[in-house]
Design a protein around this ligand. Sequence first.
Ligand SMILES: NC(=O)c1ccc[n+]([C@@H]2O[C@H](COP(=O)([O-])OP(=O)(O)OC[C@H]3O[C@@H](n4cnc5c(N)ncnc54)[C@H](O)[C@@H]3O)[C@@H](O)[C@H]2O)c1
Length: 302
Amino acid sequence: MSGLCSERVAIVTGAGRGLGRAHALALAGEGAKVVVNDLGAGLDGTGTEAGPARLVVDEIVARGGQAVAHGGDVATAEGAASLIRTAVETYGRLDTLVNNAGFLRDRMLVNLDEDDWDAVMRVHLKGHFLPLKHAAAHWRAETKAGRAPAARVVNTSSGAGLSGSLGQGNYSAAKAGIIGLTLVAAAEMGRYGVLVNAIAPAARTRMTEATFAETMAAPDAGFDAMAPANVSPLVVWLGSAASAGVTGRVFEASGGRITVMEGWRPGPTADKGARWSPSEAGEAARRLLAEAATPEPVYGAR
Ligand SMILES: NC(=O)c1ccc[n+]([C@@H]2O[C@H](COP(=O)([O-])OP(=O)(O)OC[C@H]3O[C@@H](n4cnc5c(N)ncnc54)[C@H](O)[C@@H]3O)[C@@H](O)[C@H]2O)c1
């Protein structure tokens, strides 16, 4: 199959449903051979089911593409290692890793159980780190063997990670962590030909059915702005050799809109050249805040 990703092998985690499914179909549509990972977890991360990953593989094959299912948990060392192995053993190579798997356990912080904190940290942060680590080890070995991979990683953050989201303290912290991980991975892995970027998507999936209830129904005709497939073209491009030179960046993507998110950078500064007293520090902080840009509001807060 010809296309932007022909000759490439891509892994998409959590690709049995929602955004991951759309990314897997789009990558396959551009010629990639795809490892469709999905644990088949429930909305809160509990349970497992082989069906979703297999169905997506069947869809890709029915459209003339190539794909293989992987049902492992990406947040375990064995799951992540076997995921990378599946790509290399089935198709002989790995070019693109799309980290996407995840789930929610929303609660206000005062009601948030330790288990809900741990589970969300685990699936998003460890579930990004471990596949990234195993893929990076593979690409480093490729580089040492004299091959020059045009390797790509696309991580999945969220507006919650960028601006915060009420009732999602665990998820917002994990998704902000994914931005930090993306920046470090991009800086460390460039020498092995690996480019690492992140997206903050928005789309109608089972995860956001309640949030996007008003826009749930596709318009009678024309453009369905909340379709997950709208996010996938950017993921395909970032996951292809065509994105050469782009690394350590964060993009919001939803509907027909793509936005480069500009990160923390120094704003107004005062330097006394000596230690401040607490009240002096407070006066300086207030003066600087008056000059500073107003932060983006936290989602759900007034
Ligand atoms: N839908 C949105 O608007 C939106 C917004 C911001 C960020 N995101 C992020 O996009 C990603 C995809 O979300 P979605 O909306 O498509 O949700 P979804 O629930 O439709 O799909 C997530 C998939 O991940 C799988 N999964 C969960 N834990 C796993 C594990 N340990 N190993 C392997 N697979 C696992 C689930 O089985 C599920 O099929 C998530 O990281 C989510 O946080 C989504």
